[in-house]
Every structure is written in structure tokens, then in C-alpha cells.
Design a binder for this molecule. Structure first.
Ligand SMILES: [Zn+2]
Length: 173
């Protein structure tokens, strides 16, 4: 009992990826040009001019054991990184989700935990409202997620309420 789930919005049972702060495994590796070594810094999430949050990180890249440590609020998360060599060279990094151990390119901070989209049960749908593609670009979502989001929007968009004629949009004329 207690307050479990009390943080959820009444009208929207699921949290969207937009509500969470995201980290991308490759965002750290790129900074180092995929060379082995240590990197540290701070990730800042912004929306418009507002800072939504920040977290410090300390990553060890290279060798067989790559890992990254996040300092979020007063919490510390250590996440393993794995990588492969794509055909065009270089390395592509993945996080090992701390909860399910799946290889994921992105992880999300939700409340006081860090896990993948599946573990957090995140959705791209924000209730009745869909972000235009421009909004997704602005939020730093990867092309792959963006394609998924597009697919989702198209699917929802085709489900029109019965008996409601399709209005021509002004830009169609
Ligand atoms: Zn997971």
C-alpha cells in the first residue's frame, strides 16, 4: 500500500520517454573519439532554456571492461558498457541495463532509478497528444527512436473516431 504509484499522473497511466532524462551510450564514447581511456563530465538536460536536470559521469572506455558511473542527485549508478564494431568502422556502445541486463543504447532516469525503456515501462505516447517531429529532434532522441515514434504516430493517426469526417488541413490546399 502506502504511496506506491502515487507519482503517476491521473490521466496518463504510462510515463513517456519525454518525461524521463535519457542517456545514450554513444554520447560518451564519441567524446573520446572511441579511444580507450577515462572521460568525465556532466550531462545536462534542457528543454528550451530550462535545465531539467544534470548528472555527473565518469567512464572507463576500452579493453574488455568498459563501464560508466553516473552521479545523479546523491545516487551513484555503475553501468557496464559493451560494444561491437559495425561495418563502417569504429565502435558502437551499448549499456547493460542495470535491471534486466539487456543491451540497450539508451537508459533513462526515472525517480531514483536508472534502467532501460522496457524496465521503466516507458511509452512514446503522451496521452492524447503527440509531439511533432520537430519536438523529437529538439529532445535529442536518436533516429531509431524517432522512427519508432513516427510509426506510432502514424498508427494512432489512422485510427480516426467513427462518424467524424476528415477535415482538410489548410496546408493541403
Ligand atoms: Zn532493463
Amino acid at each position: 500500500m502506502g504511496g506506491y504509484g502515487s507519482g503517476r499522473k491521473f490521466s496518463c497511466p504510462k510515463t513517456t520517454v519525454e518525461d524521463c532524462l535519457k542517456v545514450d551510450a554513444n554520447m560518451f564514447a564519441y567524446r573520446k573519439g572511441f579511444k580507450p581511456g577515462l572521460i568525465e563530465g556532466t550531462v545536462r538536460w534542457t528543454r528550451g532554456d530550462m535545465e531539467r536536470g544534470s548528472c555527473g559521469y565518469y567512464a572507463v572506455l576500452g579493453g574488455d571492461r568498459s563501464s560508466i558511473e553516473f552521479l545523479y542527485n546523491t545516487l551513484r549508478f555503475t553501468v557496464s558498457l559493451s560494444w561491437y564494431r559495425p561495418g563502417y568502422g569504429g565502435r558502437r556502445y551499448f549499456f547493460m541495463c542495470p535491471r534486466c541486463r539487456r543491451r540497450m543504447r539508451t537508459l533513462f532516469f526515472k525517480g531514483n532509478s536508472l534502467a532501460c525503456r522496457v524496465c521503466h515501462d516507458l511509452t512514446y505516447e503522451s496521452c492524447n497528444q503527440y509531439e511533432p517531429l520537430g519536438g523529437l529532434y529538439g529532445s535529442g532522441i536518436s533516429w531509431r527512436e524517432e522512427r519508432e515514434a513516427w510509426r506510432m504516430m502514424r498508427r494512432i493517426g489512422s485510427r480516426r473516431p467513427r462518424g467524424r469526417p476528415r477535415k482538410p488541413r489548410p496546408e493541403d490546399q
